[in-house]
Design a protein around this ligand. Sequence first.
Ligand SMILES: [Zn+2]
Length: 278
Amino acid sequence: MTIDLDTGKLVVFIVGLVLFLFIEALAPARRWREGRLKRLGFHAGIAIFNIFTVRLLAYVPMLLWLVYADEQGWGLARWLGLYGWAEIIISLIVLDAFDYFWHRANHRVKFLWRFHKAHHSDTEMDVSTALRFHPGELLISALVKASWVMIWGPTAVAWFLFEALVSFCAQFHHSNIDFPDKVEQWLSAVIVTPRYHAAHHAVDRQFGDRNFSTIFSIWDRIFHSYAQPADGGRTTRGEAAIGLPEDRHLAFSTRAWISDPFKRRNLNLKDSSTSDAP
Ligand SMILES: [Zn+2]
């Protein structure tokens, strides 16, 4: 059962990747400065590395953990007696809320930012950015997610649906596409759109230190971290519109990118920790 669910998650991932690659090629919101192939190649390399390391290290233990938590009857979902579709829908909402706080912590806690900044050092944003995560961040997040399983106790179906949805939504909101203002307005009132998330990647930290939500945008509004994109995210505001200007050397250098979190001189932390620490 769980193996089938994981295959389903992989299918969602591949379909999402191909779909958004296609759409952003047809109607890109911003003009690419780097070659698309170069970007895709670098980010695909990261993804393949992550599949063979993080997945092997974290996937089986997580499966066993889900089964164990189920046997023990752990978690609020069980305590509340949730089952069927109600359990799946409420679990998606609750896990998305956990994800919001986890993402926010990745920007606020200096140790976590060391790793998360590998994602933000991208100089542009397209669907391939959704592949750009440091293996260290993924491993730490696997441990944190194990605690969510213990606290909330989702069923395996709800868990894999959540993981598949996070992967699809991340591909969607990183992609280089945009909607007309009216559509954007109602869409971003419910879910995180590419324009909404482009603000999170903005060089201008007034925006970059906001918009942490992953699936539903409501969390930023509830917890006061919402910033309306200044220019609609459609235009590049010069060379430095997206990313971390002081970390341009990390953009496409495998060696610098992978080793950066372990450097003692890992500064540039002020970006994430001074603006409005909660
Ligand atoms: Zn972030």
